[in-house]
Design a protein around this ligand. Structure first.
Ligand SMILES: Nc1ncnc2c1ncn2[C@@H]1O[C@H](COP(=O)(O)OP(=O)(O)OP(=O)(O)O)[C@@H](O)[C@H]1O
Length: 320
């Protein structure tokens, strides 16, 4: 079992493919850009990349660029001399030097101030950097892995991210799939997280009923794996050893997912009757609106396959 299999649970082809690409890249020293929505496992993936590389025995230094105060970002990354600025009471090595021989993971890279972006580019190109208030440049042997939940290309177009740095980083872009693109992984992860977290909390793991699993499958998971893991922790704490039904799940999951039984009850047939075609078209339009026209997700909201949805769009001449 290698670092990717050990750290990243799931069997979805989209995930395994990006892991395969990363295994190849891990053997080299090339800079890697990891893209993917929030909570898709970018940091975990960066760690696996590090552990799979020749740098595994050296430090993995993780820096959240969004948490660096603008005025201190440069000195925190590249270090500073004692007395370099008010408050610099001691010398600070900087994260780049801390990562010497290993991997520097720059999370939320899009949030790095423009001025510091230029200095990072210089470091990537020459391996040299300039600690604040120090006469001589420093040198470090570091592999940089960057991550962002933003479309970096869009940030470049908007003038918020340096194009030259983007091209330097995007040599090997790797995109982690969102949880909603990972099919049955939702169920696999839900079961694995419940078991692991129950063990950690010293309680019996709750079991998922088919109805509850079907809610998980239909939900959109805007917070991806992080959101699923948090849900599992909540279930482990609130319902240890129990069988989880749809009614045990938080309201936001049911609103997004809907349960067949509940749906049937919500649509009590009025005495005057309905026109089924109108009802169907209305629901299809709502599903498309809610998913911004994404047909696969709209189909999932309606509990039909994408092909069935396409057929009905044509039948009702709905322009998605
Ligand atoms: N494939 C996976 N298997 C097991 N746990 C995972 C997986 N993907 C993510 N996680 C877990 O989900 C949580 C979020 O992961 P991580 O912090 O790596 O995401 P991220 O994409 O870096 O998020 P952000 O963009 O918010 O920084 C962590 O608790 C992590 O352990």
């Amino acid at each position: 079992m290698d670092a990717f299999e050990r750290l990243l649970l799931g069997e979805a082809p989209a995930l395994r493919e990006v892991c395969n690409a990363a295994r190849i890249v891990a053997a080299t020293d090339v800079t890697v850009l990891i893209e993917g929505e929030s909570g898709t496992g970018k940091e975990l993936f960066a760690r696996a990349l590090h552990e799979h590389s020749r740098r595994a025995g050296a430090p993995f230094v993780s820096v959240n660029c969004a948490a660096l105060p603008e005025t201190l970002a440069e000195s925190l990354l590249f270090g500073h001399a004692r007395g370099a600025f008010t408050g610099a009471v001691a010398e600070h090595a900087g994260h780049v030097r801390e990562a010497d021989g290993g991997t520097l993971f720059l999370d939320e890279l899009a949030e790095l101030p423009m001025g510091v972006q230029a200095k990072l580019l210089r470091f990537l190109e020459s391996g040299e950097f300039q600690p604040v208030g120090q006469a001589r440049p420093g040198k470090a042997d570091v592999r940089v892995v960057a991550a962002t939940h933003r479309e970096l290309r869009t940030e470049v177009a908007a003038g918020r991210f340096r194009a030259d740095l983007y091209y330097r980083l995007a040599v090997v872009p790797l995109r982690l799939p969102s949880l909603r693109e990972r099919g049955a992984d939702v169920e696999r992860l839900a079961q694995a997280f419940c078991e692991a977290l129950a063990e950690r909390h010293g309680v019996a793991a709750p079991r998922w009923s088919a109805a509850a699993l079907s809610v998980l499958r239909r939900y959109d998971w805007p917070g991806n794996v992080r959101e699923l893991r948090n849900l599992c922790e909540r279930m482990v704490i609130l319902c240890p050893g129990r069988t989880l039904g749809a009614e045990n799940l938080p309201a936001e999951l049911l609103a997004g997912g809907g349960v067949i039984e509940d749906t049937a009850a919500a649509f009590a047939l009025p005495a005057s009757g309905v026109r089924l075609d109108d009802l169907e078209q209305g629901l299809i339009r709502q599903a498309l609106e809610r998913t911004q026209g994404n047909r696969s997700r709209a189909a999932r909201l309606l509990g039909i396959t994408r092909d069935t949805l396409l057929y009905r769009l044509k039948k009702f001449a709905i322009d998605a």
